[in-house]
Ligand binder design. Structure first.
Ligand code: ATP
Ligand code: MG
Length: 262
């Protein structure tokens, strides 16, 4: 990995960019994953590179749903494995959820590379999606493969950084779909039951924290959080946040300003 000076004003952005490049070199991340990462970065700049209130609200609802689920599954793709391998395992363990490697550009080599990466952090971890035997209806062969013990039978699925068409197909199968996506306008963001508009590098650690706390909540308390949650309102609030932030920055002026208000 290229050494990034800690003093660089965009240190973390460059750090995760390097993680993605490293992921590609290890055969974990697909070429299209590089482009997706850049798309995410652009939206993160607009929201202010922090967890905004609508994302926190969506994370609470997502964790409530996952704690109530009978068969929760967290999907892992190439970008997720490159950015947050350890955090993904931690979240799955805290929630008692299964992990499934599920790729848009599925190749056996990439599946193997991702499994190897995750096993660096926990050699014992159970990984589904290695030999998927089922297919999501409506998706062509490679894109639709899922594990019978995982997504196929899941009631709640977390599909971060996911393609919109696949998100929609999962919703069509009757799954409760939670996505993490920095772009509130993406099809995934619009199709999911719960949309967390935040960078996954911030969202997963926060969700683990919430899960640890909310594990002690009663069933009634968790159900109440879900009842009060409105994903349409969340997405609208994200758009309003973006609009207001841009308006404020425009009014204050950004020229030669070293730090922007978040
Ligand atoms: P869609 O298919 O849903 O309309 P898309 O084709 O633009 O969207 P995909 O490549 O299918 O996007 O999915 C990747 C999504 O993940 C993008 O919307 C991108 O903004 C988002 N994304 C990329 N990196 C991150 C990240 N680190 N955290 C959260 N979201 C991210
Ligand atoms: Mg897409």
């Amino acid at each position: 990995m290229v050494e990034i000076p800690k003093s660089h004003p965009r240190y973390w952005s460059l750090y995760y960019r390097e993680k993605i490049i490293e992921g590609m070199e290890k055969g974990i991340t697909a070429k299209a994953g590089l482009i997706a990462h850049g798309r995410g970065e652009a939206f993160d700049y607009i929201i202010g590179e922090r967890t905004i209130e609508p994302a926190e609200r969506a994370m609470k609802a997502a964790v409530a749903k996952l704690l109530l689920a009978e068969h929760p599954v967290i999907s892992v793709n190439g970008n997720v494995a490159a950015l947050v391998p350890k955090e993904t395992i931690e979240l799955a363990k805290t929630l008692n959820a299964k992990l499934e490697i599920n790729l848009f550009y599925r190749t056996e080599e990439r599946v193997r590379a991702i499994a190897e990466e995750l096993r660096k952090y926990d050699p014992e971890i159970e990984l589904l999606g290695i030999n998927p035997t089922k297919r999501i209806p409506g998706l062509e062969h490679e894109r639709g493969k899922v594990d019978e013990k995982g997504i196929w039978r899941a009631d709640v699925v977390v599909v971060p950084l996911e393609d919109g068409d696949r998100t929609e197909a999962l919703v069509g199968m009757g799954k409760f779909v939670i996505t993490i996506d920095l772009n509130p306008l993406s099809r995934s963001a619009r199709m999911a039951d719960i949309t967390i508009v935040d960078n996954i590098v911030r969202a997963y650690p926060r969700m683990t924290e919430l899960a640890r706390k909310m594990k002690d909540y009663s069933r009634e308390e968790l159900l109440k959080i879900l009842e009060e949650y409105d994903n349409g309102k969340t997405l609208s609030d994200v758009l309003v946040h973006m609009r207001d932030r841009l308006t404020q920055l425009a009014e204050e002026g950004i020229w030669r300003k070293k730090e922007l208000e978040s």
